[in-house]
Design a binder for this molecule. Structure first.
Ligand code: AMP
Length: 324
């Protein structure tokens, strides 16, 4: 199944707030196809211990969330088929689904289907999807975001390289931002009489399968090197002793990137942060170019999440640029 999901008679998780377009992905397909929306109360997500008690009682068949929420659920050893016996399908959208998260989920729920979907609010949520089977996991170290759904078109805009900005067009693309003609003109345009949107996402096609490679605005320059922060994140999250990590830039007074800082949650942190940092550097040096390895690491018990349940990279950038 590539594009459409049938929620008939299914109990579908509704977790994100209504201001996050991911909620749309649960609400309308479920109600239109005669399924049941099961709402996870906001106060449950505020306290993970409460959430771990509430979730098993919801009788869910279909799970829809960001991968970040899944990372939290995977910390609970009780998050397994014996407790969630009816859970048969997981749908992710809103941020990158890492290989590590998908593989750990597949190991916990070997018989469930996992889908990665991609799309921005401006294109009415998901415009691509792909099932992440064990063979997809074996084949790709960075997972595909999917096949483009019928009625939408995605073009890779680049001068010569295979990778470029993803331009989404189709009837699902919004007319623009309310009362903001300047921002609208910068992001939207007409293409062959269809509305088109400059996503700010970078990606490439391998035949008809689309891959995401980062945001145009998460590209930085450090000592002249162009660095894709999400590429570092990808390798950081592949390390077996890392639960979650993101690389963030630290700026000097002129606003130039001075160094890279890795914000990391370790699986088993020690008291010796210097040794932990050394271990991270050594492991990364084997995977990425030396100029991409963060110069410093900051350790967290949990990375901050935005109201939408994504890792709040902007909050981390603000933090590392404040306290030092
Ligand atoms: P939002 O409009 O808040 O849902 O955010 C949309 C943005 O989230 C996209 O433009 C991408 O940058 C990111 N995004 C959504 N889905 C994925 C995905 N499956 N993989 C990587 N990034 C994603």
């Amino acid at each position: 199944m590539k594009y459409s999901f049938n929620f008939e008679n299914k109990r579908v998780l509704l977790q994100p707030s209504f201001s996050f377009d991911l909620s749309v992905m649960a609400i309308y397909p479920t109600l239109v196809s005669g399924g049941t929306l099961v709402v996870l109360p906001k106060k449950a997500t505020a306290n993970f211990m409460v959430m771990f008690k509430v979730l098993p009682k919801m009788g869910l068949n279909t799970w829809i969330s960001t991968p970040s929420l899944m990372d939290i659920c995977l910390m609970d050893p009780q998050f397994k088929p014996a407790i969630y016996s009816q859970l048969e399908r997981f749908l992710f959208c809103g941020e990158e689904l890492t290989h590590d998260t998908a593989q750990r989920l597949k190991q916990r729920f070997p018989n469930a289907q996992i889908f990665n979907t991609y799309g921005p609010t401006e294109a009415t949520v998901a415009v691509t999807s792909v099932e992440i089977t064990q063979s997809v996991l074996d084949h790709y170290s960075r997972l595909p975001i999917g096949y483009v759904k019928p009625g939408s078109r995605i073009m890779v805009k680049s001068n010569h390289a295979r990778q470029g900005e993803l331009i989404i067009s189709g009837a699902n693309v919004s007319k623009g931002y309310l009362n903001n003609p300047d921002k609208t003109a910068a992001a939207f345009f007409r293409q062959h009489e269809t509305q088109a949107y400059r996503s700010g996402d970078l990606g490439y096609f391998d035949h008809d399968l689309l891959f995401y490679s980062g945001r145009t605005d998460f590209q930085i320059k450090l000592n002249g090197y162009r660095i894709e922060l999400e590429e570092i994140n990808h390798y950081l999250n592949q390390l077996s002793f890392v639960t979650q990590g993101v690389a963030v830039p630290k700026y000097d007074q002129q606003g130039k990137v001075q160094q890279l800082i890795g914000a990391v949650v370790l699986k088993q942190p020690t008291d010796d942060q210097l040794a932990d940092s050394g271990k991270l550097k050594q492991a990364l040096e084997k995977l990425i170019m030396p100029y991409m390895v963060p110069q410093r690491f900051k350790f967290y018990q949990r990375l901050p999440l935005s109201a939408n349940g994504k890792v709040d990279v902007k909050a981390l950038i603000t933090e590392v640029n404040q306290h030092d």
